[in-house]
Design a protein around this ligand. Structure first.
Ligand code: NCD
Length: 307
């Protein structure tokens, strides 16, 4: 039985198959409308979410299944001191698959260790968010036709942004992907990402502070929000929060086929005047995220012998 805790839980080949399946679901959704009849997904969200939780639930419902769960720790037995390990033992007997989001890094790993059903990490602290990454790379693949040979700028909070960490994990496995990491000094990628992933694997990357200096060389610009909830000081957050604002004027300097992605939710980092530019693809990512989660649910349920 497989879990999805990090993008590396699927090989490049398995990822390819997962994205192919997501693409097929995208073009023929009706063919999949009964694949999960009678199946249940539990969504255990100890941290706020709009897209991730609803898209997991929509994904299951699109295939004939049903959903149960909670959307905040306050409405679960976590308030009574129940551990994730105990909760997942219980949930394993109610549902066929579980998506869990938790403020503590590693909580989905603990859940997987105590579960008899597949676990999907729907975001653990500032660590990883593999299904967002699958939506991101599906979008890049649909737009560019391949995941090889491009330059991606990743801009914003690279320290706490879990979508950034998962995306880098996933993309370094493809050919000739160049990274431009754009952040203030204080929000650069963590040491383990820089040293263990980028340096040790001989990846072509550079770290810069100004978006204006590099925007013209990018094929993909992945904007991110400053992760307010992970800051220790409010003052520090306020100093950082509007460091980058992509607007129509700045976009003038970008290539005509440079696509703008963002995992959402956004604050001020993408002005609304960018939304109508044909290069703005963040709402397309939202769309793809449902297909990708359908594909993840099918793949994991098959691996568990449930389908
Ligand atoms: C992201 C997350 O939760 O990490 N949101 C999402 O799932 N699309 C990004 C964020 O919160 O900034």
């Amino acid at each position: 039985m497989k879990h999805l805790l990090s993008p590396l839980d699927f090989t490049v080949q398995e990822t390819e198959e997962l994205l192919d399946l997501a693409h097929d679901i995208r073009i023929s959704p009706d063919n999949y409308s009964h694949h999960c009849d009678g199946k249940k997904i539990a969504t255990l969200f100890y941290e706020p979410s709009t897209r991730t939780r609803l898209s997991f639930e929509a994904a299951m419902m699109n295939m004939g299944g049903t959903c149960l769960g909670f959307s905040e720790a306050a409405s679960s037995s976590a308030t009574k001191g129940e551990t994730v390990a105990d909760t997942i033992r219980v949930v394993s007997s109610y549902a066929d698959i579980c998506a869990i989001r938790h403020p503590k890094e590693g909580a989905p790993r603990v859940a997987a260790d105590h579960s008899t059903i597949p676990i999907v990490n729907a975001g653990d602290g500032g660590h990883q968010h593999p299904t967002q990454t699958l939506a991101d790379i599906m979008t890049i693949r649909e737009l560019r036709g391949s995941l090889n040979n491009f330059t991606i700028g990743i801009c914003g909070d690279l320290k706490f942004g879990r979508t950034v960490h998962s995306l880098i994990h996933a993309l370094i496995r493809y050919e000739n992907v160049r990274f431009v990491l754009i952040s203030p000094r204080e929000l650069r990628v963590p040491e383990y990402v820089r040293e263990d992933l980028l340096v040790d694997n001989g990846v072509d990357f550079r770290e810069v502070e100004k978006l204006e200096d590099v925007i013209d060389m990018l094929d993909i610009l992945y904007m991110t929000r400053v992760q307010k909830e992970r800051f220790f000081s409010e003052d520090e957050y306020i100093r950082m929060k509007d460091y980058y604002i992509l607007n129509k004027d700045k976009l003038e300097y970008a290539k005509p086929d440079m696509y703008v992605l963002h995992p959402l939710p956004r604050n001020n980092e993408i002005a609304s005047d960018v939304d109508n530019d044909p290069r703005a693809k963040y709402f397309e990512q939202v769309n793809n995220a449902v297909y990708v989660r359908q594909s993840v649910i099918l793949t994991l349920l098959r691996s568990a012998g449930t389908l």
